[in-house]
Design a binder for this molecule. Sequence first.
Ligand code: HEM
Length: 407
Amino acid sequence: MSDTKPVSNWATDFDVFDQQYVNDPYSIWAVLRDECPMAHTDRWGGSWLPTRYEDVTAIARDIEKFPSRFGISVVPPANPLDANSQPGFLPYGVPPISSDPPLHTWTRRLLLPWMSPQRTLTYESMTRDLCNRLIDGFIADGNADAAADYAQQIPVRVIAHILGVPESMSDSFTGWVRDVLEFAYDEERRRRGMTGVIQFFIGAIAERKLNPGDDLISELLQAEVDGEAVNESVILGMCGLLLIAGVDTTWSSIGSSLWHIASHPKDRDRLINEPDLMPTAIEELLRAYSPVTMARRLGEDVEYNGCPMKKDERILMNFPGANRDPEVFENPDEVILDRQLNRHVAFGSGIHRCAGSNLARMELRVAIETWLERIPDFEVSDQTKVTWAGGQVRGPRTVPVRFPSVS
Ligand code: HEM
């Protein structure tokens, strides 16, 4: 899975796809934070890994030195997520995430109304129905895979609803998104995944031009910016981004949270007996199990805090590592459901801060609430069977749980 060989020195040769990092990045960050807070590797074309909150947030906010238009994925070469990597394929990349102002500013502005707190509320009842339907499918069995049978199934259907595309495409969407993010180290797979996404949306855009609806794709086709229609390649990139950004991320968060609750009966009981805890609990689970590591790729040589960063190298936006920094979070490796001071950066920091955070929070809350209402008494049946995926997005892929069956 890794670039070449196992990692022997995390300060000078790290690899975020190494199985040790995927399984337990926390202990690696803890050592690096003290000994080498900006780690470096020559793997994957050369990258830097900040592990302190201060560095991660400073870099995320400095869009002049650390732009997004040269690349935002953690691996080269020619990653289809990176603008300019495949001329003619997605000439504008997948804005707003892969762009800088001014493209970033207006593409983000077009998306935000669809993800506002008010709009998000309108997706809540379909999300709750969906969670109930999924649970109906396995509750009589007395066991399930909380990651594959539940967490993985939710965000892809919610985003299909928002985009106005058939729910029956969910399995294809999930496969493509996994190819792009989880298997990004395999060039063939990530190209295949991105091609699937692009081809699907080329068809969906053509269809919406003939039959406009009240969905996001139709609205983007009708939108005007400075009196002009939005270029279709931009719309294509934006739709692709929503699918890629909205699926694996949220499913990983729901999966990690359920794994945590299933493995910590005291926290499970608190959530059931003190439902008012839910808002702080959601933030704490997002902090502790932050799934997303983004990247910036340098367009020129840059020096940061004495580190000589070279053109084309990447800086990994280690938001998950920042969220475990003891300088900012007391007992960072403990999950404290009523943690009060929690300025986590699971959703990033600066102008690219997640546009879907309201939606993600709603999905996470509804998924946990519905599970606990229907299956309050559950536990991981075999911790050795739990598997994690990592790299750009970290989350569990298998979480076998058992519970008293209800027919
Ligand atoms: C728990 C779930 C999620 C997490 C942890 C998460 C995390 C992030 C992070 C860290 C960024 C910043 C990227 C950067 O700095 O380069 C980001 C950006 C973004 N996310 Fe999310 N995300 C989640 C769910 C979603 C959902 C459900 C959607 C929408 C369907 C979404 C849409 C976006 C978009 C459009 C951006 C780009 C914003 C911009 O560049 O201005 N995300 N997300």
